[in-house]
Structure formats: C-alpha cells, structure tokens
Design a protein. Structure first.
Length: 197
C-alpha cells in the first residue's frame, strides 16, 4: 500500500514538473537582440557591423558618423550637404543640397509583406503624401524598396534587405533643390558595396 502511494505521488510530482517545464519553455522567449552604435566600426572608407554581419563602403568624398539612436545607426552624407544638426546628432531634414544616407539594423524576422506594413507606418508617421514599393535584389538577396515624399523629409528611398532574422535598412534622403540624379547614382553604387553575411 505504501509502495503504491509512493508511485502515485512520484508520478504526480513528475507530471507537475513536466507541466511546469513545458509552461516555462512556452513562455520563456529569449530577450530580443538589441543593437548599439558600438556595434559599428568606421575605418579606411568602410563601415562594418560584425554583430549583424553587415559591411559597406563609404562613398568617395562622403562623411560617415555614428548615431546613438535607433539601436545605433550610421549617417553618411556628401560634401555638398548642408549639415545642420538636430539635437540627436542627425542632419536636419528636408535637405536643401547634398545627399544623406541613414543606415541601421532591425533585429526582427520580417517577411516582405511585414516590411511593407512597417514601411507604410514609417511613411504615415512622417506625413507621406506619396509612396510606392518596388522589389529588387541587393547582393543576391530579394529586397524591398519603399519610396515616399513628405514635407518633413523631402523625397526618401528606403531599401530593406532581410537576412536570417535581421534587416539592414538604407534610407536615401534627396535634396529639395540640389542634384537628385547624382544622389540616386551614388546610392545605387553604394548599394553595390553592401555585404550581408
């Protein structure tokens, strides 16, 4: 009789432990990956983020600076850019002259459709008056291009490149009165240097 009680108690105890273990596994999501400006290294005309496996070249004659917002990002701008800084260290928009590229890493596993929703949210938050999407391939990776225009930002082209649970984003801000064609050419050449491992 005592032996049967021990077996029953042991079995109940094992079932409770199993249920608690399954509950813990179901609810224990590891902390999301977060980025910072310390993840980036700027040297010899190249930007590298080893944590994200992303690197790209700084266009010839452009300046690259780290920014501490948006989980760390890089701001690249041409020598013609009127670099009036904001409180956060970014360049005041819209640009009158020059070209600006803001880059960053989003540590999320989004599908192209999810990225479209996030992009539309970005455009809406900036007061976009027009917007469009294009599919493209960047470095052999299917990517999404989102173009929009607003009074706050001017014309913007954002390229999202998803890979293995992270998204590299590259936003080109075009000037309101400067040479937009040159900026677009420089941006295309810049994207050709992007490597994502």
């Amino acid at each position: 009789m005592i032996k049967n009680k021990r077996i029953i108690v042991s079995t109940i105890f094992a079932i409770i432990l199993l249920i608690l273990g399954l509950f813990w596994l179901a609810n224990n999501k590891s902390a999301p990956v977060q980025g910072s400006s310390e993840d980036y290294r700027i040297a010899d005309g190249k930007v590298t983020n080893s944590k994200a496996g992303v690197s790209y070249n700084v266009p010839q004659g452009w300046t690259a600076e780290k920014l501490d917002y948006d989980q760390g990002s890089i701001m690249l701008y041409s020598s013609e850019t009127d670099a009036k800084k904001t409180e956060s260290g970014g360049i005041q928009l819209p640009l009158e002259n020059g070209c600006l590229i803001n880059t960053g890493i989003i540590y999320e596993d989004y599908s192209i459709e999810d990225m479209k929703i996030e992009a539309l949210y970005l455009g809406d938050s900036m007061g976009a008056s027009t917007s469009s999407f294009d599919s493209l391939v960047t470095g052999g990776i299917p990517s999404l291009k989102y173009a929009f225009e607003s009074q706050k930002t001017g014309k913007v082209n954002v390229v999202y490149i998803p890979k293995d649970g992270r998204i590299a984003s590259f936003a080109l801000y075009l000037p309101t009165s400067g040479d937009q064609t040159k900026c677009l050419e420089d941006f295309g050449n810049f994207l050709g240097t992007v490597s994502i491992k």
